[in-house]
Design a protein around this ligand. Structure first.
Ligand code: HEC
Length: 138
């Protein structure tokens, strides 16, 4: 069967569209959409955010793209840890909890009063993946 010029264009166009669809499909398959992170806002969490800023946690941590990445990103951290874990960690942090090893060291915040530490914990807990806002770990 021989094709005329016009028919070749249609065939080539169809092949191009098919190849493009396959490419897009492969890319979607290989790279799932990024997890979106949210902030379960509350008065306690907002108060914690002011302490977070005052204590310059963002010198080492990043939340919603703000801050340094010399320490681990804290987006979504509220879904990974518990209140008691955060409380203990702020007093007695230890290496080896982040995604990798870091050149900076997480300082102890034992010098803060308990109220400020609790506020920080409320803030950290509010950093949840979207859709997980209500699944607080006791
Ligand atoms: C000098 C840098 C630095 C500062 C300032 C700092 N951190 Fe960290 N933080 C780190 C590093 C590094 C780690 C990871 C420790 C490790 O696993 O090696 C960490 C870990 C953490 C973790 C645990 C993360 C996880 O994956 O479980 C939390 C929560 C945290 N920091 C909160 C804070 C808060 C809140 C402040 C401010 C009050 C703060 N950090 C200030 C460096 C810092």
């Amino acid at each position: 069967m021989t094709l005329r010029a016009g028919e070749w264009i249609v065939v080539a166009g169809a092949l191009l569209i098919g190849a493009f669809a396959a490419l897009v499909g492969t890319l979607i398959y290989l790279k799932p959409p990024p997890v979106m992170y949210g902030y379960a806002e509350s008065a306690a969490a907002n108060h914690g955010e002011t302490i977070y800023k005052k204590e310059n946690c963002r010198d080492c941590h990043q939340v919603f793209g703000n801050g340094s990445t010399s320490g681990p990103r804290l987006d979504g951290i509220g879904a990974l840890r518990s209140v008691s874990w955060f409380k203990a960690y702020l007093i007695d942090p230890r290496p080896g909890v982040g995604e990798k090893t870091y050149r900076v060291t997480m300082p102890s915040y034992a010098r803060l009063n308990e109220e400020d530490r609790d506020a920080l914990v409320a803030y950290l807990l509010a950093l949840k993946p979207l859709g997980a806002q209500d699944s607080a770990i006791p």
